[in-house]
Design a protein around this ligand. Structure first.
Ligand code: HEM
Length: 463
């Protein structure tokens, strides 16, 4: 028996320290306890692994031992429904992933690019030009517009605006609610009670999606602007010829709203910080020809490595006691990969504390070394679309805008379950004088598609 090392301080102190400064605390624990250790953040414990080798061991462990869906269902089942890809396990999960994966194919994203550019242009135009402001709400606006575009681009404009309103409520009130972490406080005491509000927001979102399905079936939409994910899911079939039921489609749509824009908005804010604090990186991005853009892709990958939106992820529950990295993991423990630590492994990322995009041009890292999207059979379904979106938005941003970071100290801070720059990253914006040959990507703007994009201006915190 080799027990996992764990800090000597009481469980509540461990929780407090992890919540206050997750990266600082994880770094300290790794330094003092080694590459695998257990914190008492949940009962009977949460096991953190900090190297690519251990991450690989987690990702290759069979489902009789470690499961992913069950790890999340207690928290998200009540808002996403219990048949979402995120929450399924075993055969049901494999079958669903096979059905979902093709819906994220490149052509769909390419088809949506003009509308994504239009959404981006509109928000960049709205950036204040006279005084400092928090950048994150604007990135959030862009990310929400993009996910909405991917899911509902062919819904007629009026109906789409109403649908977006309900989805926005769902994303801001239900998905990020702290009540999800406290099952004993989840009591519906009517529409003005905290949990009662969430129950109604979720019900409204489900009703709106079911109504949209109904409308699309009654009057099929024909459009010159291509498909959206909702249309693809309605048409998709499993290998045995069966289709998704309506509640299953609704669960998947809610999952994509929940999983598909908070993370991206924070990745965009961190990437802006990384780029605009490094004039050489910015200059190189601006000088890169617009066709293939290997440097842009390298900057995005380096930003996701350097600034962890998710400090530790890929949560799995141990179905039985087992050995990991030579230590005993108790049954029911949660196992998690410390993404931040894996991305600081010196044998893999030499000069790991330096922001150096070129490393991604020199080396192809394995799926256990670069893990911002998790790994194994549960790796993020939205990874290709997220990388596409990040590339597109950053291209627009650097082509159009000069940003000055005016905030003196920028720390990672929790927003829900993710890390964002503290204060939303306070910046000052100026228009950039754009040379025509640098505008190739932005010029794919298509006004016909742009007219279906709706949305409120972001609720931003100007200072
Ligand atoms: C920068 C943006 C994003 C990051 C960093 C990110 C990260 C992650 C991570 C760490 C996981 C868990 C993987 C694991 O358990 O090993 C995950 C799962 C997932 N993500 Fe993302 N994600 C991003 C964007 C998106 C987008 C845009 C979508 C959809 C449109 C999406 C949909 C999903 C889904 C459906 C899963 C569940 C996959 C499964 O359990 O099989 N994500 N993501």
């Amino acid at each position: 028996m080799t027990a996992l090392p764990t800090p000597s301080e009481p469980a509540f102190v461990q929780r407090l320290r992890y919540l206050r400064d997750p990266i600082g605390y994880m770094t300290k624990c790794q330094h003092e306890l080694g590459n695998i250790y257990m914190l008492r953040l949940v009962e009977p414990g949460m096991v953190f692994v900090s190297t690519p080798e251990l991450a690989k061991e987690v990702y290759l462990t069979d489902e009789a031992t470690l499961v992913a869906g069950e790890a999340k269902i207690a928290v998200f089942g009540k808002v996403l429904g219990d048949s979402s890809t995120l929450l399924l396990d075993g055969l049901a999960h494999r079958k669903r992933r096979r059905l979902m994966l093709p819906q994220f194919r490149g052509e769909l994203m390419q088809g949506l690019a003009p509308a994504m550019v239009a959404a981006c242009e509109r928000t960049l135009r709205a950036l204040p030009r006279t005084k400092p402001f928090a950048l994150h709400p604007y990135m959030h606006q862009i990310a929400f517009d993009v996910i909405s575009q991917s899911l509902f681009s062919v819904t007629p404009p009026g109906r789409r605006a109403a649908l977006e309103q309900v989805m926005r409520e769902f994303a801001t009130r239900a998905v990020t609610s702290k009540l999800l972490m406290f099952p004993h406080l989840q009591i519906d005491l009517g529409p003005i009670s905290p949990w009662g509000r969430i129950v109604r927001v979720v019900a409204a979102a489900r009703t709106a999606l079911l109504a949209e399905l109904e409308q699309r079936r009654r009057a099929p939409i024909t459009t010159a602007t291509g498909q959206d994910i909702l249309a693809l899911l309605m048409a998709a079939t499993n290998e045995d010829g069966t289709s998704l039921t309506d509640p299953e489609i609704v669960d998947e749509m809610l999952t994509m709203v929940a999983a598909g824009h908070e993370t991206t908005s924070m990745a965009l804010t961190w990437a802006s910080y990384a780029i605009y604090t490094r004039p050489a990186v910015l200059a190189k991005l601006r000088a890169e020809p617009t066709e293939e853009r290997p440097y842009l892709q390298a900057v995005i990958r380096e930003s996701l490595r350097f600034h962890s939106v998710i400090p530790n992820g890929s949560g799995r529950v141990a179905k039985r006691a087992f050995q990991l990295g030579g230590f005993d993991v108790p049954a029911r423990a949660m196992v998690t990969v410390a993404f931040h630590a894996v991305h600081r492994t010196l044998e893999v990322f030499k000069d790991a504390e330096t922001f150096r995009p070129e490393r991604f041009l020199e080396t192809k890292f394995s799926p256990y070394e670069w893990v911002p999207f998790g790994g194994g059979t549960r790796r993020c379904l939205g990874m290709p679309s997220a990388l596409f979106e990040l590339g597109l938005v950053i291209t627009e941003l650097v082509a159009r805008i000069e940003l000055e970071i005016v905030q003196r100290e920028v720390r990672p801070t929790w927003r829900g379950r993710f890390l964002t720059p503290s204060r939303g990253l306070i910046v000052r914006a100026l228009d950039r004088k754009v040379e025509p040959e640098q505008r190739a990507v932005a010029d794919i703007h298509d006004p016909q598609v742009a007219t279906v994009i709706q949305g409120d201006p972001p609720r931003h915190a100007e200072t």
